[in-house]
Design a protein around this ligand. Structure first.
Ligand code: AMP
Length: 215
């Protein structure tokens, strides 16, 4: 008997909301809203398909070890994770934003980021930040944070931050300004490699539906 069950790892918030239309295109509708429910395992209209709600940065881990057959993760999370052991067939073009360097308004970033200079950078994305500044020949002390990066330069913890920017409102509210664009970010489908072989027909149908709906 082929195993027809599918477990999908998703994070709450923007990725979940923007994934709903893709799930609908694949004929999948969640039985509950994870924003309202405290359940971490959510059933769907298909008895063989369930969702697991995990932190965005944990999606690659659940998929890599096969606890979820596939999931949706931001490019930011995938670069930091490394993406080992994951098949990434599709950029879904959802949860789009930009990875930026930001500094307090009025800070002379051009002068402070000359090759050979040294900067303190607070970020949730140490790998992306280190690669970016290595490419510019700027020495950096990376201070790893888990949230509210915008606070760090305001209280003297760092000179600058590397963070995701969408509308720019959070930066503006904290008197920060974006000074450098590192890369564009969107979310991707990540698939467990063994599941792709063992549940190929079922998974390929979902990948095809997502692909058609994402274009
Ligand atoms: P905004 O004020 O619209 O520029 O949003 C910035 C805040 O939202 C920052 O705290 C970011 O870390 C977060 N953010 C923006 N876009 C995303 C995204 N696509 N995924 C996760 N966090 C995001």
């Amino acid at each position: 008997m082929p195993d027809n069950s599918l477990t999908i790892a998703l994070s709450k918030g923007r990725i979940f909301e923007e994934t709903l239309p893709l799930l609908a295109a694949a004929g999948i509708s969640p039985a509950e809203d994870p924003e309202k429910s405290r359940k971490l395992v959510i059933a769907t209209n298909d008895p063989d398909i369930r969702l697991v709600i995990v932190r965005a940065s944990d999606v690659p881990t659940y998929v890599r070890y096969g606890a979820a057959d596939f999931g949706i993760a931001g490019r930011d999370v995938l670069i930091e994770h490394g993406g080992e052991g994951l098949y990434q067939p599709l950029d879904l073009q959802i949860a789009k934003c930009r990875m930026m360097v930001a500094v307090p308004q009025g800070f002379d970033y051009a002068a402070a980021s000359q090759p050979g200079s040294r900067l303190r950078i607070a970020t949730k994305y140490p790998r992306i930040a280190a690669e970016h500044f290595a490419g510019k020949g700027v020495h950096v002390d990376i201070i790893k944070l888990y949230g509210s990066m915008e606070l760090a330069p305001l209280v003297g913890l760092s000179d600058a931050i590397v963070d995701l920017v969408s509308t720019g409102n959070t930066l503006k509210a904290n008197r920060l300004e974006a000074v450098e664009h590192i890369c564009d970010i969107s979310s991707r489908l990540v698939v467990n490699k063994a599941a792709l072989k063992l549940k190929h027909r079922r998974l390929q149908a979902v990948i095809d539906a997502f692909s058609a709906a994402a274009n």
